[in-house]
Design a protein around this ligand. Sequence first.
Ligand SMILES: Nc1ncnc2c1ncn2[C@@H]1O[C@H](COP(=O)(O)OP(=O)(O)OP(=O)(O)O)[C@@H](O)[C@H]1O
Length: 595
Amino acid sequence: MTTPAAPAAPLRALWDRYGRYRTRFTWAVVMSVLNKVADVAPELLIGAAVDVVVRGNDSIVADLLGVDSRYTQLAWLAGINAVIWVVESASEYVAAVLWRGLAQGVEHDLRVEAYDHVQHLDLGWHESRPQGSTLATLNDDVNQLERFLDIGFPAILQTTLNVILVGAVFAASSLQLLVLAFLPIPLIVVGSLVFQRRLEPLYDRVRSAVADLSSALGANLGGIATIKAFTAEDRERTRIEGASAAYRDANAAAIRSSAAFVPLVRMAILAGFTCTLLLGGWATLRGDLEVGLYSVLVFMTQRLLWPLTDVATVLDLYQRGRASAGRILALLAVPVTVPAGHTVLAKPVSGRVELRGVRSGYADGPDVLHGIDLVVPAGETHAIVGPTGSGKSSLLRLVLRFDDPREGTVLLDGQDVRDLDWDSLRGSMGYVAQDVFLFAGTLADNIAYGAPGATRDDVRRAAARAAALDVINALPEGLDTHVGERGVTLSGGQRQRLALARALLRDPALLVLDEATSAVDNETEAAIQRSLADVAARTTALVVAHRLSTVRHADRIWVLEAGRIVESGTHDELISADGSYAALWRVQTGDAVAR
Ligand SMILES: Nc1ncnc2c1ncn2[C@@H]1O[C@H](COP(=O)(O)OP(=O)(O)OP(=O)(O)O)[C@@H](O)[C@H]1O
């Protein structure tokens, strides 16, 4: 299953999606405009001050305010200057708060929305895509977009406003100087675009080198026991050294090119500045330009051109923001192919399971299960056995509706599972997977994961039924002991017992166990069997097991081979039939050697 393509205009799509932020956005723009106006105004005041000093009674300030004294005129200018500085500082603060708030609001909403969508996507989708890539979208792409909204967009706005405002001052003063001062702008912008295009593949190399490095580091830390066991430390050090050197070299190449950019722009600025300085000066000497205006224009040229040194960075932020928005929106557009139904099962749920003519497989792969017909009547315990890879787990996945069959129907209490809402379907089940996952938290939290309202006594009772009390009592803080993200401090068998307790605490109508006791010793397994026999009197159970002694007392055993049911019956019936099951039993009990 592939991820849909990103929309053609991702930032526009984002704008449409987040209508609720438009008022805040408008205010942020207003504040940025006010800030830029207040930022440019002091330069005009410098010109006005020079004008006052040079022309006295004839100055523009004298005309506007009707004040003759140069001292009073300058005092007025100082007062106006103070007001402008206050406005500039206040608007800068408000604009920063608004942009940051907007960026973080969108970041938060997008992350939560994207996460929620991802957790509703089918298990098949998760399995077909590297986890790192989903994580990168949820983390890095969302952060990248936040950076663009917080830094990139305000910078684009400010630079554009700068060009407009400064351009207006030039246009009002001297068209000739306007042309000269603006001449470097297209050069800088086009240069930035070319530069950026050149840099892109270099940055791509940096990104892929860092991705390679971090996935190598992640894999090595995860597989540290294997590295040690095979004394592969030196080899792995060399491999990481290689990945790290590739990252360093890619970065060096990008830095060599990007560092050349600012000096080049500086040349263009120098050209514009020299033109204004020289030609403006000559015009002033000829009396074509006021002295005050000349000083303003010299300052303004710098003011106009310097921010353009950031164009390449801002363009980079823009492109990254755009690409990130595209990836996030594409993730949000992935359709849920196993959507919840709406039917609610009548309580109490009996847990009767039926598979009718089921054919199923994964993605575009071949069929894994062929024509499966199977019934587990309410209250009975049925087992599925068979060689590895025969499709046992795949069958359980259909009952939990992690996948839908390609053909045929799966029913719970006589209802097609496709029609049921998740509460009726999965809410009626207690599931123990082959690979037990424990969340970071206490043992009590983990056992009560599927029944958040459970009391301490409920938790203890469930633990007792799963023969997990001794695990808990052996730990220093009992139920309050923290287990790591993957329960690393516990053995496989201990984790399985906790997972079983977690499933039993839900008091499920249907217990679905996939090799739930494969890692516990025979004695513990016997204890679990005894208490499960008690549970089984009240629930329906579907159990996958390799160790046949686990399931010999099941009401019915279904034997799967290469995705087909080859025989079924009670243990005794299957032994008498002397088929695949009987052969497997002999192997496991050692009778095969004896015969
Ligand atoms: N998520 C998956 N994506 C693609 N193919 C899968 C997936 N899970 C299982 N398969 C394939 O389906 C077939 C049946 O696998 P399944 O895990 O159901 O067998 P199993 O009988 O439970 O095996 P085991 O006893 O080893 O757990 C195998 O060929 C396997 O490669």
